[in-house]
Design a protein around this ligand. Structure first.
Ligand SMILES: Nc1ncnc2c1ncn2[C@@H]1O[C@H](COP(=O)(O)OP(=O)(O)OP(=O)(O)O)[C@@H](O)[C@H]1O
Ligand SMILES: CC(=O)N[C@H]1[C@@H]2OC[C@@H](O2)[C@@H](O)[C@@H]1O[C@H](C)C(=O)O
Length: 374
């Protein structure tokens, strides 16, 4: 089933990413040889309809009880089908809007929606039906990119590091850190010789989003304005930082809800936002303890780079410059979707996508399941 992608040739891939913020589907086009050649094309986001967001929140609770990755009890099967249909619709809309011919797309890299991630139990569950997506789109789909790594004893996350490494050719000076602040935050340290070290640093925006949603109904703290008005509660922050996770050496990964915001209960909206924002930044600062050498530059991707308060705090916790991905001419909103396109091509070529230094895989290994169009 790996016949379509030939080594050395540029392949046109579409990446479909739905992250832990659970806000929708990011789509990005990438022409790549699966190695150093990267030609980023158009990209777009398609928000989940409100009713899907509500269903996803309950799916997340239902998924807690899963004992095996293929189980779909309760509403999970229905939600999976609905999400897959939304992804197929997103592909159609994207191709139409950008005048791209479906026949020219070689492969789709499909992430799905993570509803459970528990690497110690060798369990990572992404809702999404690769077979259905391949049938609906008529394009070959690579799905389940995390599963083989987890089965082999790896963390199954983060998977973006190999794409970060490919982007690092654009960084003026190494070592550098690519920091993704999504629902959860993850970092890839890249050394002068291209060596990688990657792991989830701690919370990203998810705790802040949940706090703001519960108190105001808004989806996030736009620009970090609420946090800027509040005062960090030092006791609560220190309590949050006592979590054992920060001392654990990498590789390590997190589920969306691995951290509780219990220590900030009772604080005002603004002070709670300030404290959680300080928590995300301090956790990123702690990531430095695991790095072999201080990054010369921190390149920030993901929605968290739009939170000015957070960006300022991150800068106060690290040495050297902190810049948004745009400073390197990249679009910080779509690096993960592009990464999924890149990973799909690497998977089809049977190239490694995870490494001992990124997920704790026993050796560099490929992954993903290729579902041929028919
Ligand atoms: N203007 C903004 N101001 C502040 N925060 C923002 C802004 N825009 C987006 N965000 C934050 O970024 C989040 C979305 O980020 P992103 O799309 O990178 O996450 P994700 O890909 O879903 O998550 P992950 O990377 O963990 O899988 C939103 O939930 C919100 O908290
Ligand atoms: C299991 C899972 O979906 N993890 C996500 C999550 O969101 C950020 C962080 O935690 C990262 O480890 C990962 O996503 C990115 C895309 C990755 O695998 O690189």
């Amino acid at each position: 089933m790996h016949g379509k992608v030939i080594m050395g040739k540029l392949r046109r891939a579409l990446g479909l990413m739905s992250g832990t913020s659970m806000d929708g589907i990011d789509v990005a086009l990438l022409d790549t040889d699966g190695d150093r050649e990267l030609r980023q094309g158009p990209a777009a986001s398609y928000a989940y309809p409100p009713e899907i967001k509500v269903k996803l929140r309950s799916a997340l609770a239902e998924a807690k009880g899963l004992a095996a990755r293929e189980q779909r009890p309760g509403s999970l099967g229905d939600v999976e089908r609905a999400l897959t249909e939304l992804n197929a619709d997103a592909v159609d809309r994207f191709l139409r809007a950008n005048g791209v011919d479906k026949g020219n797309i070689d492969i789709i890299g499909y992430h799905g929606q993570t509803v459970l991630h528990d690497a110690p139990r060798r369990l990572t569950v992404q809702l999404g039906d690769g077979r259905l997506l391949a049938d609906r789109t008529g394009v070959d789909v690579v799905f389940d990119l995390r599963a083989a790594d987890v089965a082999a004893g790896g963390q199954g996350a983060p998977l973006v590091p190999v794409y970060h490494r490919a982007l690092a050719t654009q960084v003026p000076e190494l070592p550098a850190a690519f920091l993704n602040v999504g629902g959860v935050a993850n970092v890839t340290w890249i050394g002068r010789d291209g060596r990688m070290l990657a792991f989830d640093t701690g919370p990203g925006n998810a705790l802040i989003d949940d706090w703001v949603l519960a108190h105001t109904g808004a989806t996030h703290d736009a620009g970090g304005a609420l946090a800027a008005k509040g005062t960090c509660n030092e006791d609560a922050l220190q309590q949050l930082l006592t979590n054992n996770y920060f001392g654990v050496p990498p590789p390590k990964s997190l589920d969306r809800n691995d951290f509780s915001s219990a220590p900030i209960e009772g604080l005002s909206l603004e002070d709670g936002a300030a404290t959680l924002t300080a928590f995300t930044a301090a956790a990123i600062g702690k990531a430095r303890e695991h790095m072999p050498e201080e990054p010369r530059l921190w390149v920030v991707c993901g929605g968290g780079r739009k939170n000015k308060t957070l960006m300022g705090l991150i800068a106060s916790h690290v040495q050297n410059a902190v810049v948004p991905a745009e400073a390197l001419g990249l679009d910080g909103d779509f690096i993960e979707a592009q990464a999924w396109a890149y990973l799909a091509v690497r998977s089809a070529l049977q190239l490694p996508i995870t490494f001992p230094e990124t997920t704790g895989a026993p050796a560099p290994m490929t992954g993903g399941v290729l579902l041929g169009s028919r």
